[in-house]
Write a protein of this length. Structure first.
Length: 330
């Protein structure tokens, strides 16, 4: 008797669901598991007055790859898109008198770093607003590339910077594949069509071709420094650009930076440079994130959580192509 009851209940529920599917008086409710990305909003983290100094956070790997959650769902826009969004907002605000780039990055992809540099250069040209870079833990390779777009570079006393150069992330799985009996049988139309493939060992000629590309990207890095660090001769820049890193004191002595100081001192310097005594220090961020001081990061992920294996090599493995990077990868 009890079995018949549950069977009847099941048939009734099934019939009701079927009627809904047929659209008889029922409609579906669509629920998105991905929270919408909302526009940036402004928060004052210190100071007072109508004039503003904007802190733009440049932390982690500089890449056009957007952030995603552990479940793989899309998150906030990539850092390049977000920086452009912040600069557009700042350009519309007549009360913003200076911008501080708070940099804490080992660099990233060549193109992403170059786009960010270009956006800051264009912003300065169009608005005339002073930009100061303040390097925190790390401003290496692409991080330094972005920093030289600023009118002045300040480094924290414990900063590590430099690592001027290019690296191509590339792996070869040929030996491993041979051990498990897997062979590359790709079909191509030209001798070098598959150059850089992880399925085979790179030949000497392929290495020369890649080296020529990297040399061009390296020369661009040097030219960007020469354009913005007038006190350095091209010969001096080349001698410093062998990939090594520098402490803040070394960088100051070598004229790679302008001064050493803390973030609050950088803010005071920005006020002095633009001729104002009082200003509100503001940060742009997405609604729902708590920002209450000048060291508040944009995202909840910490700098120490950067995992090059998960970020850069994961992208490389997915694409099957090498990655050209302005990146310090110890």
């Amino acid at each position: 008797m009890k079995g018949n009851f549950f069977y009847t209940l099941f048939i009734s529920i099934f019939s009701l669901c079927l009627l809904c599917l047929l659209g008889l008086g029922c409609s579906f409710i669509s629920i998105s598991l991905i929270p919408p990305v909302e526009p940036l909003k402004e928060t004052t983290v210190s100071g007072s007055g109508k004039d503003k100094i904007l802190i733009i956070d440049i932390s982690g790997i500089i890449s056009e790859e957007g952030k995603s959650s552990l479940a793989g769902l899309s998150g906030e826009p990539d850092i390049v898109a977000r920086i452009r969004e912040e600069l557009k907002l700042a350009a519309k605000d007549k009360h913003i008198k200076a911008i501080i780039l708070r940099i804490n990055s080992p660099g990233g992809t060549v193109t992403a770093a170059d786009i960010m540099y270009h956006e800051i250069e264009q912003f300065k040209e169009k608005t005339g607003i002073k930009v100061i870079a303040c390097i925190m833990d790390l401003g290496a390779s692409g991080g330094y590339y972005v920093a030289v777009s600023a009118d002045k570079i300040v480094a924290h006393p414990t900063t590590v910077t430099g690592s001027i150069g290019v690296i191509m992330l590339n792996l070869s799985f040929e030996g491993l594949l041979q051990k498990i009996g897997v062979k590359d049988t790709s079909i191509k139309t030209g001798e070098y069509k598959d150059m850089g493939s992880p399925l085979k060992t790179m030949t000497d000629e392929e290495r020369k071709i890649f080296q020529s590309v990297m040399n061009n990207l390296y020369e661009r890095f040097l030219s960007v420094i020469a354009k913005n660090r007038k006190e350095l001769t091209p010969e001096k820049i080349r001698s410093l650009a062998d990939g090594r890193i520098y402490t803040a004191q070394q960088a100051l002595e070598l004229k790679l930076i302008d001064q050493i100081g803390y973030l609050d001192e950088t803010i005071a310097q920005a006020k002095k440079d633009v001729g104002i005594e009082e200003a509100r220090v503001v940060i742009y961020h997405r609604p729902g994130t708590y920002k209450n001081n000048i060291y508040s990061q944009l995202s909840s992920s910490s700098f120490g959580a950067i995992n090059l294996l998960n970020i850069d090599l994961k992208t490389f493995v997915r694409s099957g192509t090498p990655s050209f990077m302005y990146l310090w990868t110890p």
